[in-house]
Design a protein. Structure first.
Length: 248
């Protein structure tokens, strides 16, 4: 793979990483300069927008029906099994440990890990991440990822103003996950010829939407949802959908 081919397949990811870096830089200029109430309202703005996006995504469960199995039921099974696996594997603690390890290496502040975890989950859980990366990797079309990059860049300003530099280190997760999916798109295309309408992707999208509601709850300080523990559900989604099709 030459450089031009590599850039064509991953351009959206690099653009996304750049907007998050720029947004974090602007947020850091405001960090410590804004009163707590203004930092809080900025994060709440991100949280409320996340609710809107999450509810739109969660609606995909209604289209994820396979045979006699309702999409909402499949989503519930996927989330519960994924959450149990996540707690067994201690995914939440693992992500926090990674954030703390980076924090020690760069000398981050007290909210470093919280910002890293919140931004990593917010920027990588969603349909635009998966479908956009597939489109970018298969056709070189980065349109969806550019839209996502714009949203992430704006969000990173608000998050970095409240949590600090930890938000910027979510770029590492974006590069690994989003870039990895883009580069693997050729192989995935054989399994997902029409990702936007594939029941497996619709189930993952719906489950991701429900998880984003959990992210919004955390951002709005309405409770503490262990969202990272549900991450295995994104992998289980296609398996649950395939099993439901087989049983039907």
């Amino acid at each position: 793979m030459d450089f031009l081919d590599f850039w064509s397949r991953t351009s959206g990811t690099w653009i996304n990483a750049t907007t998050v870096a720029i947004g974090t830089a602007f947020g850091l200029l405001l960090h410590g300069r804004l009163p707590d109430r203004m930092q809080r309202i900025a994060v709440q703005g991100v949280g409320l927008t996340t609710v809107f996006i999450a509810l739109s995504m969660a609606g995909s469960l209604g289209q994820a029906t396979v045979g006699r199995f309702d999409g909402v039921v499949l989503g519930l099974v996927t989330l519960v099994l994924g959450g149990l696996l996540g707690e067994w594997w201690r995914v939440e603690e693992g992500l926090e440990t990674l954030g703390n390890w980076i924090k020690r290496r760069v000398g981050g502040g007290g909210s470093f890990t919280e910002g890293f975890v919140a931004a990593s989950l917010l920027f990588c859980v969603g349909p635009m991440t998966l479908i956009g990366s597939l489109n970018n990797g298969l056709t070189g079309d980065a349109t969806l990822l550019v839209i996502k990059a714009t949203l992430d860049g704006i969000s990173s300003v608000a998050l970095a103003s409240a949590y600090g530099v930890g938000v910027g280190f979510s770029i590492l997760v974006i590069l690994l996950y989003q870039g990895g999916v883009s580069l693997a798109a050729g192989a995935l295309a054989q399994l997902l010829p029409d990702p936007a309408n594939d029941p497996r992707i619709l189930l993952v999208t719906g489950v991701g939407g429900v998880m984003m509601i959990g992210i919004a709850i955390n951002l709005l300080s309405l409770g503490r949802v262990r969202v990272a523990s549900f991450l295995p559900a994104l992998v289980l989604g296609p398996l649950v959908s395939t099993l439901a099709r087989w049983l039907s």
